[in-house]
Write a protein that binds this ligand. Structure first.
Ligand SMILES: Cc1cc2nc3c(=O)[nH]c(=O)nc-3n(C[C@H](O)[C@H](O)[C@H](O)COP(=O)(O)O)c2cc1C
Length: 415
């Protein structure tokens, strides 16, 4: 029986342990978590979701406060179209996050940044261009294009000096999405360096409709493998979503995957950005405590714990401070839902909004507990303490469990 360590991921001149820790915004996949993956010879991700607020927290900057000051006049206004990001400041925040992370990198692994196209920021193209290019400027090893089809993203980087040397990958959930992408980028004469295939059991936003349960990761991987073969394209494939044990991972590698991308197991790592009390909520969760719902204003279904404080919370939209979900016309589905409830309950001190959530505020405050399908198995990966809480794990322990354990085995931490 094989284990993950019997395989290697080859990306250009790099030979890596084929374990990729997926990006988890907002700062759930911290620099510390990504750095551990790189130190151990694998691949880690930081996320570029809401980097200004991450920078304020980590590096004592005041991007959010300053932006709020600038747009304070608009806080009570239902029209948010005035709000714009200062592109120079956005570049500065991204560069600070990436540079600080890369300076601390040790070991032979890679650090990539997860970049979500769905963060439209009231100027989708301009802000995405700055986010991608400033990550390259600051020396990131590569960029994983996530959440959205990203059909124009390669073009936004095409004239950057690192366009051909940085690793560029894409996350897709279907063969069709991949075909569209490959067709669109043909003109740039550059293929993606890797393709993450994310199945329906992943955490965060899903690339499926509410019928996600009909789909199966292994089937999608096989379809994409077959198509690449007929097209004579040799691009490393990285399945993701529900790969919970080293044995699960080894099985995908035996069937031709180049690596696996995993995340849920690392939500209970000490290095993960979730506060420790919330990590205990992840440990405690049972299968029926988890749901896929439609409350994300991106329009994509999202998996989360049902007891997330974000669900039903009717907080006033914080676009003046954050504003990451504003589309090209300054709209966000949460603003519409919030305004509807305010109009329906005149004079009410507190309102509830059930159908949408203020994703920026809730993710920033760790009040939306997005998680993978197998979160309910996390309790089986550690030891319970005498007080009923669960022992947190180190990222290295989880990484090495994926790397060396065989079959259904999961290595428990030392007591
Ligand atoms: C808490 C959490 C947050 C996530 N956030 C993001 C994100 O911001 N962007 C993204 O592309 N994927 C995100 N994901 C998906 C992961 O990067 C990864 O592909 C997937 O969860 C792997 O499946 P697994 O969690 O079953 O191992 C998130 C996953 C989790 C568990």
């Amino acid at each position: 029986m094989k284990c993950v360590d019997d395989f290697r991921l080859r990306l250009g001149k790099h030979e890596l342990v084929p374990i990729v820790i997926g990006g988890m915004g907002v700062d759930i996949s911290t620099a510390d978590l990504a750095l551990e993956a790189a130190r151990l010879g694998g691949v880690g991700h930081i996320s570029d979701a809401m980097v200004p607020t991450v920078s304020d927290r980590r590096y004592n900057t005041k991007y959010v406060k300053d932006k709020l000051k600038l747009y304070k006049y608009n806080v009570a206004n239902t029209d948010k179209s005035d709000i714009q990001f200062d592109l120079a400041l956005l570049a500065e925040a991204t560069e600070a996050h990436v540079r600080n992370t890369m300076e601390r990198k040790r070991g032979d692994g890679l650090i990539l940044i997860n970049c979500m196209e769905k963060l439209t920021m009231n100027a989708p193209k301009e802000t995405l261009r700055v986010r991608l290019r400033s990550a390259l400027d600051a020396g990131i090893d590569g960029i994983t294009l996530a959440a959205g089809l990203h059909l124009g993203s390669f073009a936004l980087m095409e004239d950057h000096p690192r366009f051909r040397d940085a690793k560029l990958g894409i996350i897709v959930s279907s063969l069709r999405a991949l075909q569209l992408f490959i067709k669109k980028i043909a003109r740039t004469n550059r293929l993606p360096d890797y393709i993450v295939i994310e199945g329906p059991l992943a955490g965060g936003h899903l690339g499926f409709g509410m019928d996600w349960a009909k789909y199966d990761l292994a089937t999608i991987v096989a379809e994409i493998q077959a198509w690449l073969r007929t097209e004579k394209l040799d691009i490393p494939l990285i399945p993701a979503g529900g790969i919970f044990t080293g044995g699960d991972a080894a099985l995908f590698l035996e069937h031709g995957a180049a690596a696996v991308q995993v995340a849920t197991r690392f939500t209970v790592a000490k290095e993960c950005g979730l506060p420790d009390d919330i990590k205990q909520e992840y440990f405690k969760a049972n299968e029926d405590d988890i749901e896929v719902n439609g409350i994300s204003p991106t329009g994509y279904p999202m998996r989360m714990l049902k007891n997330s404080p974000a669900i039903g919370d009717g907080i006033r939209p914080n676009c003046e401070a954050y504003g990451y979900l504003l589309d090209a016309n300054g709209h966000c589905q949460y603003i519409d839902a919030y305004n509807r409830e305010v109009a329906a309950h005149p004079g009410a001190k507190k309102i509830r909004v059930w159908d949408k959530t203020c994703l920026c505020t809730q993710m920033r405050n760790f009040d939306l507990w997005t998680c993978g399908h197998y979160t309910y198995r996390l309790k089986d990966t550690t030891r319970a303490e005498a007080d009923g809480s669960y022992q947190l794990l180190t990222a290295a322990h989880i990484f090495n469990d994926y790397r060396y354990s065989k079959g259904d085995a999961i290595a428990l931490p030392q007591g």
